[in-house]
Design a protein around this ligand. Structure first.
Ligand code: WT7
Length: 640
């Protein structure tokens, strides 16, 4: 397979080449793609100065990413399965789409979108369950040059509306509902509520999936099956520039509202394909399964773009790991003879807790490679995954990356890089990590710990934050001159391997979902009785981090004290969604603040961790008595 590294020596050689001559290295990788017009220059960039960041890969190249998935591969792969869709309920029938079938569906839906007036550059919001039509929608947008913005189906009406409005999307593609275990999620109802405050939306396309009854708004709502009725499957892809936008994906940061991370076509394409085949060591004919939701970047890059660009067979699953029972993942691995399996540590920990018997009855002999992503994996979970699932014969790739990086950055290459439990090991070719101290001084050599930054562009990197380029600079490039700031702390061990320690900013990683503390606080503060709140993460056995909210309320009485916690949880559910509901809520009368009024989250984190003996310097606190009260968990005075 072209561009696939096959030995450690080759990796080391490629790595050196990629640093010594990035243009030569990436230009060579991109040769295997299908270009309408080749680039003039591989890379043009600056992280500093007027208009920064300004990163351009494959400058003036012309292409369409779907031509690289379909036309480029069609001769060889027309009858090969591209997508295997496994339904939520094992009693329902799976769907297999060959490259030929998927191609026809993408072209037909692309024509349907055009008929509705959607054109190059338009933003299309996708709010869909994990069904093949989600993939078809993404690729149809890419085919006509529209920008997709996928909103995870677990977000609330208000969170969906915020994202639609920020992107000024003019079309929404959704479904009557989606299935998750025993539940069916009434997505269209959520959409109807969201669209009341989304003036940019002209139409909504609704896929019939759960067949639950839905309201159809005349003049706005159209059924998916009507949009494609009688529509031709002939479609010529729109010619796009390398740096035209492929998609926007919203993610949380330490401040304010979520930001739209922007990825552009050529760089993302080259990076998604290159990382996919190298990290997982995919071989022709393998069955690859990434369990993520396409609503997150992992699904974008490793269910859809990476595998399909490579010509792989990619499994997508609508359901959850524990329905109908905790053996569901292993049933699916067995059913499709999955070769590479990629999941999140939180899912592994949840399954560890269910007991080994759910794994042992299954034939997992097809597995060759196991992967993890989203958060640090603890050694116990790693051992279980390695010994019980992989029978000690499958390498584990612990892949570190971010929504902003587009693809995997620091990781072993499966079966090539010697691994150590819970270490992401080494950077991929083209990736130049650096550790700095808080002042930005480089920490050289091995056996050091610091803030993880990247010092040179890579093709899959973020280009801007949608509608607010300055925010992109401030968030990622202003802390340290000429460095991309990841927001993670990391350690480089004696061998030069990286261990990712976790976020150094106010972002919590809950079950691999990235949640900004400020966002949760904003939601909590919407409750009429809440005066102020402070949210921190705390160690949680299954989720990695749980959400701990300290809340000051007014007018508490015996009656409403009992219900206030649930009301606060419901408020968060309404403004963000179930993923952001606090696990612990402590009602307090005050919060530890500096004299300038800044909440000292460091102290709250320590208390949340149950480590109140070592709070560090509290001398700058406005009112140290508050800390005592919180530690003692003192009940708030209740008005009678
Ligand atoms: C944050 C990015 C990238 C896909 C899923 C999450 C954490 C990610 C690892 C890993 C330790 C990891 C980091 C990172 N993270 N992978 N292998 N080991 N931590 O994407 O929502 O953008 O979150 O997830 O803290 O900054 P995301």
């Amino acid at each position: 397979m072209v561009n696939k590294i096959t030995s450690l020596a080759e990796y080391l050689k490629k790595y050196e080449e990629s640093v010594a001559d990035p243009d030569g290295f990436w230009g060579n990788v991109a040769e295997s793609h299908f270009w309408r017009k080749k680039w003039d220059k591989v890379l043009d960039w600056k992280f500093e100065g007027e208009g920064a960041p300004d990163v351009n890969w494959f400058v003036n190249g012309k292409l369409n990413i779907t031509e690289n998935i379909f036309e480029r591969n069609m001769f060889m792969r027309k009858d090969q399965v591209a997508i295997i869709w496994e339904p939520n309920d094992p009693k329902d029938k799976e769907i297999k789409l060959t490259y030929g079938e998927l191609f026809d569906k993408v072209k037909q839906f692309a024509n349907g979108l055009k008929k509705l007036g959607i054109k190059k550059g338009d933003r299309v919001a996708l709010y869909l369950p994990m069904v093949p039509e989600l993939v078809i929608s993404m690729l149809a947008c890419a085919r006509i040059g529209a920008i997709h913005s996928i909103v995870f189906a677990g977000f609330s009406a208000s969170a969906l509306a915020d994202r639609i409005n920020d992107a000024k999307a003019n079309l929404l593609i959704t479904s009557d509902g989606g299935f998750r275990g025993t539940k069916s999620i009434p997505m269209k109802g959520i959409v109807d509520e969201a669209l009341e405050t989304c003036p940019s939306i002209k139409n909504a396309i609704i896929l019939e999936h759960t067949k639950d009854e839905v309201k159809i708004v005349k003049g706005r709502d159209l059924w998916w099956h009507d949009v494609i009725k009688g529509v031709s499957t002939d479609n010529k892809a729109e010619e796009m520039d390398s740096e035209d936008v492929l998609f926007i994906l919203y993610t949380s940061g330490s401040t304010g509202k979520p930001k739209g991370v922007v990825h552009t076509i050529a760089g993302y394409m080259v990076y998604a394909e290159y990382t996919f085949k190298n990290v997982f060591q995919y071989s022709d004919g393998d069955i690859f399964w990434c369990t993520a939701d396409i609503g997150w970047v992992t699904g974008h890059s490793y269910i859809v773009y990476g595998p399909l660009l490579t010509g792989a067979t990619s499994v997508m699953f609508e359901g959850v790991p524990t329905y109908p029972d905790a053996g569901r993942f292993w049933d699916i691995v067995d059913k499709y003879k999955v070769n590479q399996f990629y999941t999140a540590p939180t899912a592994i920990r949840a399954l560890v807790a269910q007991g080994n018997q759910w794994v042992t009855g299954h034939d997992l002999s097809s597995l060759k490679v196991l992967g993890t992503v989203g958060e640090p994996i603890n050694e116990e979970a790693w051992r279980w995954y390695h010994d019980l699932v992989g029978k000690a014969r499958c390498p584990i790739v612990d892949t570190w990356w971010q929504t902003e990086t587009g693809g995997i950055m620091i990781t072993p290459l499966a079966g090539i890089t010697p691994t150590k439990p819970s270490l992401a090991t080494l950077p991929l070719p083209g990736i130049q990590p650096i550790l700095v101290d808080p002042e930005g001084n480089e920490l050289k050599g091995n056996g050091v710990e610091g803030i993880l930054c990247i010092k040179f562009p890579w093709p899959g990197m973020i280009r801007t934050t949608y509608g607010d380029h300055k925010r992109c600079f401030t968030t990622y490039f202003s802390a340290y001159k000429n460095l991309y700031l990841t927001g993670d702390g990391a350690k480089r061990d004696e061998e030069g391997y990286y261990r990712i320690i976790g976020r150094i900013d106010d972002v919590i990683n809950v079950s691999g979902h990235r949640i900004g503390t400020a966002e949760v606080e904003d939601a909590i503060n919407q409750h009429p009785r809440v005066i102020e709140s402070a949210v921190v993460g705390y160690p949680h056995d299954i989720k990695g981090s749980g959400i701990y909210a300290y809340v000051i309320c007014e007018d508490l009485s015996d009656d409403n004290l009992a219900s206030i916690e649930n009301e606060i949880r419901e408020t968060v559910n309404k403004f963000i969604g179930p993923i952001a509901k606090p696990d612990k809520i402590q009602i307090v009368t005050g919060l530890p603040k500096t004299r300038s009024g800044k909440i000292m989250r460091r102290i709250l984190r320590k208390i949340g961790e149950g480590d109140a003996t070592n709070l560090g310097d509290t001398s700058t606190l406005l009112d140290p008595g508050v800390v005592e009260e919180i530690i003692n968990g003192a009940k708030v005075p209740v008005k009678r």
